[in-house]
Design a protein around this ligand. Structure first.
Ligand code: SAH
Length: 359
């Protein structure tokens, strides 16, 4: 099979592939590009979901502000720093700090203070520059992105969710716009961050052509990293009522999730791609499968177990009871099981970012 994946139609046809033999050819081509462009290492980013307070009301998300059934929490600075230092001691080279949307001055300065404390306290012989820090705290002003960067964060993840204007509109309230999200991605890039974005698959009304457009958008924006995953309904959100419009479901959702990873690897080549928790939610081996389709980043759960149950973006989130030690042991077995090497004590920056900086 000739693998062409430059136009919307070629990518959409790749994404809709159902034939197991052809899927294996795509998988193996993606793996080859991964090894050639990035090596076969897998990098850890310990994920700390530090606050579920959120001003946004996204129709798909379990922690949306209108969901009154959520126990709202904020981790203290000490709790976050302690989890991050556990990562440093256990060889995870990087952490991701994620939260709901908040732009108050106290929130911004809390994040800056926490980032700079983690940076200072995680320096060791093994990590001479401290932990690598990725932030995932939503849409903010350019000024505040600069403050985060100066505090020591150097990667930022802000998903576009979908680049289709009508679909974006139908899953968000009026005050959230696609244009503003794109503007935020540009702000992050100007600030100097390694910029990550991503989408969800299986949204109501979404089809393969829209997903192909998403990949072309990642390319046009010259993105450094991708974190994406299947949309998984949450029972207390408005989108659940549009169930009849879910076009990509069941096995097809797992297949398209893996093919999206492969297609991003084939089109964008030297970026970092995460195999996310949502993938594991729809298949117990989802993350390992994601790795074999071209992903190279895993985000082990670090959120303290007591709070994890209150950070439910979707139903059936896995590993709610697993301690960080359980997670570490289980993951290393799983990753070695697919013949990949965990690269401990490394930031694992996006090769794409390193190359574009040199030009
Ligand atoms: N407020 C931050 C972090 C939000 S949660 C931000 O906006 O960046 C991180 C991601 O979880 C979202 O970007 C969204 O893509 C994903 N998510 C939310 N609800 C989901 C659901 N029901 N199924 C799958 N992924 C979901």
């Amino acid at each position: 099979m000739l693998l062409k994946y430059e136009s919307r139609d070629e990518i959409a046809s790749l994404l809709s592939e159902q034939d197991p033999g052809k899927i294996e050819i795509i998988r193996s081509a993606a793996h080859e590009v991964l090894v050639r462009e990035c090596g076969d290492g897998v990098f850890y980013r310990g994920l700390i979901e530090f606050s579920n307070n959120c001003r946004s009301d996204c129709y798909y998300c379990g922690i949306r502000c209108s969901n009154g059934d959520v126990n709202r929490f904020d981790l203290t600075k000490d709790e976050i720093v302690e989890s991050a230092l556990w990562c440093a001691e256990n060889g995870y080279g990087s952490v991701v700090l994620q939260s709901g949307e908040n732009s108050s001055e106290s929130f911004i300065s809390f994040v800056c203070d926490t980032v700079s404390t983690i940076k200072k306290r995680s320096v060791s012989d093994r990590l001479p520059d401290g932990l690598g820090i990725t932030l995932c705290v939503g849409e903010q002003s350019e000024e505040d992105y600069k403050r985060f960067f100066e505090a020591g964060a150097h990667r930022y993840l802000l998903r576009i969710e979908t680049t289709n204007p009508d679909l974006f509109r139908s899953i968000h309230p009026e005050d959230q716009t696609l244009e503003h999200r794109i503007e935020c991605l540009k702000r992050l890039r100007r600030t100097g961050f390694q910029v990550g974005t991503g989408v969800m698959f299986g949204l109501p009304g979404q089809n393969y052509e829209m997903l192909a457009d998403d990949i072309l958008f990642f390319k046009a924006m010259d993105i450094d990293m991708i974190g994406m995953g299947p949309y998984i309904p949450h029972s207390a959100t408005p989108l659940i009522t549009r169930k009849r419009q879910f076009k990509i479901v069941g096995d097809a959702l797992l297949t398209v999730s893996l093919l999206m990873i492969a297609a991003c690897r084939l089109v964008l080549k030297d970026i970092n791609i995460a195999a996310t928790t949502a993938l594991q939610t729809i298949d117990p081996q989802g993350r390992e499968k994601g790795l074999s389709f071209g992903a190279n980043v895993i985000m082990p759960q670090l959120t303290p177990v007591d709070y994890r149950k209150s950070y439910l973006l979707y139903d059936n989130k896995p590993c709610l009871e697993d301690t960080k030690e359980d997670c570490r042991n289980c993951l290393s077995r799983r990753i070695e099981g697919v013949n990949r090497v965990i690269r401990y004590n490394e930031w694992g920056d996006s090769p794409h970012f390193m190359r574009r900086r040199r030009i």
